[in-house]
Design a protein around this ligand. Structure first.
Ligand code: NAD
Length: 491
């Protein structure tokens, strides 16, 4: 049954002692024969706002992963040949059940991840959209067919589900990013073993109950809980993962997964990795709108979105005005506990703090509150803008953005592209010609002009350079989860 949530996201969660269980073959399974609360096979699920544990996440062993993969392999035959219309109905049911339990999912996401309840609700709605979008997408597929020039031979493309997948997601938007993989995987007829981040597993656990209630065939979607070193690594390496790996997470982990699967050439690899994204603010902008967009891009979800614009570059002509307006806007609109939640864990807090202290030691000016106001063991960090830490190519992944100047278009493009990552970019200008001139030169998979985080689920999603390989979304997801063969038939 669903686990009732506390009435609000910052209260009495510690009275819950939830022991999460893997979901394999349509049943919740006890994960270990020696599972005691103190056994090392479990780690605590912690509310970062309070520091209190509300549950335990099992660390599934390689054997348990293999068992789940065998179940997914057994289920593949029937699921991959289920008509698209029937798969579509089941996915609609999944979408409907998440929608019905929207508040339950949102409250638990906020407790587990630290994000605000309002932000969590947006992400639950997007999880619903993931299932409803792909449930209808598969009903409108077309096949390319043509006659070979000068002959009587018809050729056409045939697609079939690619096989069993490993789906692995990070902690920053747990339900949304996991369902971004699960929905197309199931829609295109693949089965999978999914592993959410060990730091934020709660909504994936609730989602298993949705699959059970929706009547999804046993084994089509299995969920194992655990860390990267034990569970994730066993999952990506297994030869039973015949289809591929769809992974979202850090660049270092993406590289490790590439190494671990290097000789398994049959596995498709979809890697959505880190970002350190630029926001370019040109002198012709309407200042108030530009400030609001740049602030949202920098600080939404505490800056814990891979698409956040954490490097802000402002044209010299408006630099002083922009900094003044930006500082005032952030202080008025990004208040801790309101629009700013807790960062995901104390460990992550310590990492962010170390970057801020480094910037301070290098002589950075802090436009908003300084690092001295940070006290361990807090996990709520007011947004900060140290301007001189721009040299750092590293993704801080917290409420921290740097601001610096540029003079010309060419300089703006050079600064924006001067980073190993290439996930997203924000371009703020009213000049239509510049939108195209600059937009088309930015090394980023996603460019947002005068907006941020607009998502249309059919557009290709993914990064350039170190931000990943492959694209997902609409037909691009179809390319991930299906194999295409070309038939040649004399008429
Ligand atoms: P992470 O790479 O540490 O972990 C991501 C997932 O991989 C977790 O489930 C983890 O358990 C698992 N994992 C770790 N090591 C593994 C291994 N060797 N084999 C298999 N699985 C392993 O990332 P994180 O800290 O959870 O997430 C933050 C990162 O994710 C940031 O870099 C952020 O930019 C990135 N991210 C990217 C996107 C995108 O779409 N490009 C979206 C969200 C987050």
């Amino acid at each position: 049954a669903f686990i009732a949530s506390p009435r609000h996201a910052s209260g009495d969660e510690s009275r819950y002692k939830i022991r999460m269980q893997n979901y394999v073959g349509g049943s919740f399974t006890t994960t270990s024969t020696t599972d005691t609360p103190s056994s090392p096979q479990y780690i605590d699920a912690i509310n970062p706002k309070t520091g209190r544990a509300f549950g335990q996440v099992p660390i599934s062993s390689a054997d348990q992963v293999e068992q789940a993969l065998r179940t997914a392999t057994d289920a593949f035959g029937a699921w991959s040949t289920t008509p698209a219309a029937a798969r579509s109905k089941l996915l609609q049911r999944v979408a409907g059940l998440i929608q019905e339990h929207r508040e339950l999912f949102a409250v638990w996401e906020s407790i587990d991840q630290g994000k605000t309840l309002e932000r969590a609700r947006v992400e639950v709605d997007r999880a619903v959209s993931n299932f409803s979008y792909f449930s209808t997408f598969i009903l409108h597929q077309q096949t390319a067919a043509r006659v070979v020039d000068g002959s009587n031979i018809l050729t056409y493309e045939h697609r079939s589900p690619a096989g069993v997948f490993a789906l692995i997601s990070p902690w920053n938007m747990p339900l949304y990013l996991l369902t971004w993989k699960m929905a197309p995987c199931l829609a295109f007829g693949c089965t999978a073993v999914a592993k959410p981040s060990e730091i934020t597993s709660m909504t994936a656990f609730l989602l298993c109950e949705v699959f059970r209630r929706a009547g999804l065939p046993a084994g089509a979607m299995n969920v194992v809980f655990g860390d990267g070193a034990t569970t994730g690594s066993a999952l990506v390496r297994s030869p039973l993962v015949r289809g591929g790996v769809s992974f979202t997470g850090g660049t270092a982990t993406g590289i490790q997964i590439r190494r671990d699967t290097a000789d398994q050439i049959y596995k498709h690899l979809s890697l959505e990795l880190g970002g350190k994204n630029p926001t370019l603010v040109f002198g012709d902008v309407e200042l108030d709108r530009a400030v609001a967009t740049a602030a949202m891009a920098a600080f939404e979800n505490q800056g814990e979105i891979c698409l956040c614009g954490s490097r802000i570059y402002v044209q010299s002509s408006i630099y002083n005005d922009f900094v003044a307006a930006f500082t005032a806007y952030v202080e008025a609109n990004y208040k801790c506990g309101e629009r700013v939640g807790a960062v995901v864990s104390h460990q992550h807090y310590t990492k962010i703090r170390s970057y801020l202290l480094l910037a301070q030691s290098e002589g950075a000016t802090f436009f908003t509150s300084s690092p001295s106001s940070l006290s361990s063991p807090d996990t709520i960090i007011p947004p900060r803008t140290p301007p001189t830490a721009t040299g750092s190519p590293h993704e801080i992944f917290g409420p921290v953005a740097t601001i610096s100047k540029f003079d010309t278009e060419d300089e703006a493009v050079r600064l924006a592209n001067d980073n190993p990552n290439g996930l997203a970019a924000v371009l703020l200008t009213r000049d239509g010609g510049r939108m195209r001139r600059v937009g088309e030169r930015l090394e980023a998979g996603l460019v947002w002009v005068n907006c941020w985080l607009v998502r249309e689920l059919g557009t290709p999603f993914g990064g350039m350079k170190s931000s990943g390989t492959g694209r997902e979304g609409g037909e691009y997801s179809r390319d991930v989860f299906t194999h295409v063969r070309t038939l040649h038939m004399p008429l």
